[in-house]
Design a protein around this ligand. Structure first.
Ligand SMILES: NC(=O)c1ccc[n+]([C@@H]2O[C@H](COP(=O)([O-])OP(=O)(O)OC[C@H]3O[C@@H](n4cnc5c(N)ncnc54)[C@H](OP(=O)(O)O)[C@@H]3O)[C@@H](O)[C@H]2O)c1
Length: 433
């Protein structure tokens, strides 16, 4: 083997950084064979030295600048996380003529267009296979395996924490707070879980998937985002009675009018493959014109699964076959994104109502006045909730497809009924057929 090694710096010695070193060490022989040359870790840069970690002969430094200034380093792996410092490291590394590989979806979803431009202008690689769905090679699927296709839609369970919580609620009957506390105790959720349960993390990943699928820029700010915080065991149970599971999905869909980008809890028919993806697992489903439906399932996080994707990018760079991403021709501001008010969706409505006769009839009339047809109803005969003032019952209605702004008007009218005691829960329904 005559080619010189690919010399890299690993920045960040946390969960993923350690995983990368471990995979590079354990699989050194096959990695070198597949890369066509050795991948040599020259420097490990992080805040805290970890004497227990085998640095594979690399020098350790806390000085990130020394990595950027080192002419012997061909490629910088950014695994620090956060935004400001990581963004600075990526930009300065590219400006210094180094390839960059990162797992940092937050900075890609917000500044990725600029990184791609910088890399393209310098004939460098900006690799981010690990930024979406951890060990699942979905970036590779979009960039290589499906590159002959027009993509119709991409959807997925792309946040393991939310999926773990929803699974625990469905299978163990835990309420949201208990399931979240368990997820934290097991290390599946951060001390501050808001990025995960609020949908921000999934919106970052969806932004990246949509950019690749539809050639639009990174439009994170425009992703419609709802988390799972307000879901109750009752919602999960009513959905089950109707033949559905509730999953937290990212959905990017190309329509004639433009691209839909949304993250929200979704009722999925129980026989839909994504409906049976449980626990911390992730899955992404892509529908394209030639290949049809393809499904990708696996570990969406964790040191070694994520390292698997990081090292795959390193091997691609070493072999000289990493994708040089196209910079979207339309530009970030030109591609039309459809406001959520203009999407069409079937809906699950949970209407908390006074336990009085005639309420369902009034609700049905309001829906009918808006041309919203009802597919199924669950109406409890007896009060199931007794609050301080009065007892109330949920009226659960599944509608046929309706434009969101029409549904918004109908919900406003329903909530104005004196018998409706608190805000109506609306969960969108998708079939993906
Ligand atoms: N964990 C996953 O499963 C996963 C999956 C996909 C993507 N990602 C992404 O991968 C990246 C890394 O995640 P992680 O879970 O490995 O994070 P982590 O465990 O928190 O590790 C971050 C590392 O960066 C170091 N660091 C933080 N601030 C620094 C600074 N100012 N200067 C130098 N080093 C600094 C930390 O040092 P200390 O050791 O002193 O804390 C730590 O070693 C993130 O962008 C994350 O979103 C993670």
């Amino acid at each position: 083997m005559n080619k010189p090694p690919l010399s890299i710096a690993v920045c960040g010695l946390g969960t993923v950084g350690r995983g990368v070193l471990e995979v590079l060490k354990r699989n050194a022989d096959i990695i070198e064979q597949r890369a066509g040359r050795p991948i040599r870790v020259v420097t490990v840069a992080s805040r805290t030295a970890r004497p227990e970690v085998d640095l594979l002969g690399a020098r350790f430094t806390t000085d990130l600048n020394s990595v950027i200034d080192d002419p012997d380093i061909d490629l910088v792996v950014e695994l620090i996380g956060g935004e400001t410092l990581a963004d600075d490291l990526v930009r300065r590394s590219l400006a210094a003529g180094k390839h960059v590989v990162t797992a940092n979806k937050a900075i890609i979803a917000t500044h990725g267009d600029q990184y791609l431009e910088m890399a393209a202008a310098r004939d460098l690689v900006f690799g981010f296979e690990s930024a979406v769905a951890g060990g699942i090679p979905v970036i590779g699927a979009l960039s290589r395996g499906l590159s002959a296709n027009r993509i119709n839609w991409v959807t997925g369970i792309i946040n393991g924490t939310s999926n773990y919580i929803l699974t625990a609620m469905a299978q163990s009957g835990q309420d949201f707070a208990t399931a979240l506390a368990d997820a934290q105790a097991l290390g599946y959720a951060e001390a501050d879980p808001s990025f995960d349960v609020g949908g921000i993390d999934a919106a970052h990943k969806l932004t990246i998937l949509a950019c690749l699928a539809f050639g639009i820029g990174m439009r994170f700010e425009e992703v419609y985002t709802e988390g799972i915080e307000t879901l109750t065991i009752d919602d999960i149970e009513y959905a089950r009675q109707l033949g559905y599971r509730i999953k937290h999905l990212g959905i990017a869909r190309q329509t004639h009018a433009g691209v839909e980008l949304r993250v929200h809890p979704t009722l999925l028919p129980e026989q839909q493959l994504l409906a049976s993806v449980d626990g911390v697992m992730n899955a992404v489903m892509i529908n394209s014109d030639a290949a049809g439906d393809t499904l990708y399932y696996g570990a969406g996080a964790g040191g070694e699964p994520t390292a698997s994707a990081v090292v795959a990018d390193l091997i691609d760079v070493a072999r000289g076959c990493a994708p040089r991403w196209w910079v979207p021709e339309a530009g970030p501001d030109d591609a039309v994104l459809i406001p959520v008010a203009d999407i069409e969706c079937a809906c699950y409505l949970n209407i908390p109502s006074m336990d009085k006769p005639g309420v369902f009839a009034r609700a049905a009339t309001i829906l009918s006045d808006h041309d919203i047809s009802i597919e199924a109803v669950i109406q409890k005969e007896q009060a199931v909730h007794v609050d301080v003032e009065q007892s109330w019952v949920p009226i659960v209605i599944l509608t046929h497809k309706v434009r969101e702004r029409v549904m918004n008007e109908a919900i406003a009218e329903l909530e104005a009924l004196p018998e409706v005691v608190s805000p109506i829960k609306r969960i969108r329904v998708e079939h993906f057929v």
